[in-house]
Structures are given as C-alpha cells and as structure tokens.
Design a protein. Structure first.
Length: 167
C-alpha cells in the first residue's frame, strides 16, 4: 500500500481522488494548498504526489520545483483543459505525468499505478524507445526524433503513439 499526497484547493476534487485511490488500495493524505503540501511532505513519508497546478498561496509548478530540489518522488499533475502551457511547464519542471480535469477514476488510478510500479523497479531498468520506421519516441526523456532530428511535441501529441505497443 502506497501513501499518496493529494494536493488540490478544491475539496470536491480531493474527495473524488481520495475515493479512487483508496479504492485502489492506497493510503491518502490531503493538502488544500501548496504550503501545507510541503509541510506534510517534510514530515511524512510519501510515495507519490497528485498535485493540482493552479492553487492559491503556492501553485503546483512551484511545489513541484521545491519537491524536485530534495526528492525524486513521482509527481502526477492535475490540470484544466486549457492549461497546455502549464502542463508542459510542469513536465519540464519534473512532474512525471499529467491528468486533465475532468477525469474518471480509472484515468487517475492507471498512471498512479504505472508511476508507482516504475518507482519500485530497479534503477537500471530502462524502457526501450518506441520505434516505427524513421520515428523514435524516447519515453524516458519525453523526446521524439524523426531520423536523427528532434521534433517538439505537445504532451497530448507525445502520448498518442503509446498505443503502438499494442501493434
């Protein structure tokens, strides 16, 4: 059972996330804003952080930056649909994944399970890049290449080819 810190200023969102994660067998600790999240993180062992981007007092981007200064804990951002720039910035600041609001419980639990699985795997286990013809996706570093030239992709564009693994 993993301990997951859920940080969102919307109590209803925290309640939905708590329900989904507890149903999946995890223990949930909640914070209503960034400063409280940092205090909890300092005082309690946390296996993963679910973090809203837009919050009062200290936003999710800043919380992510502060967490990355001292930890490699997996971080999953919660974001509004119209915040693509914030999602990309969050991933660049060190977040591991992003789930867009509104979301279903399954949409949230699946990446949480995946991040926890990766966090608990041996450090030398490296996921091989996905390749199809001249296209290469480095899923570890969130990079895309056409032959040897790097191609910039949005978070959504990068996530689409992951269905290739079912081919």
């Amino acid at each position: 059972m993993a301990t997951i810190l859920v940080v969102d200023d919307d109590g209803h969102i925290r309640e939905v996330v708590r329900f989904a994660l507890e149903k999946a067998g995890h223990m949930v600790v909640e914070a209503a804003h960034g400063r409280a999240a940092l205090e909890i993180f300092r005082d309690q062992a946390v296996d993963l952080v679910v973090l809203d981007i837009i919050m009062p007092e200290l936003d999710g981007i800043e919380v992510c930056r502060k967490l990355r200064e001292r930890s490699q804990v997996p971080i999953l951002f919660l974001s509004s649909r119209d915040d693509e720039l914030d999602r990309v910035l969050g991933l660049e600041m060190g977040a591991d994944d992003c789930v867009t609001k509104p979301f279903s419980p399954r949409e949230l639990v699946a990446p949480v399970k995946a991040r926890l699985r990766r966090a608990n795997s041996p450090e030398d286990a490296v996921e091989a890049p996905l390749r199809r013809g001249a296209l290469t996706l480095d899923t570890q570093r969130y990079r895309c290449y056409w032959t040897d030239t790097e191609v910039g992709l949005t978070v959504t564009e990068f996530a689409m080819p992951r269905a290739w693994t079912a081919w």
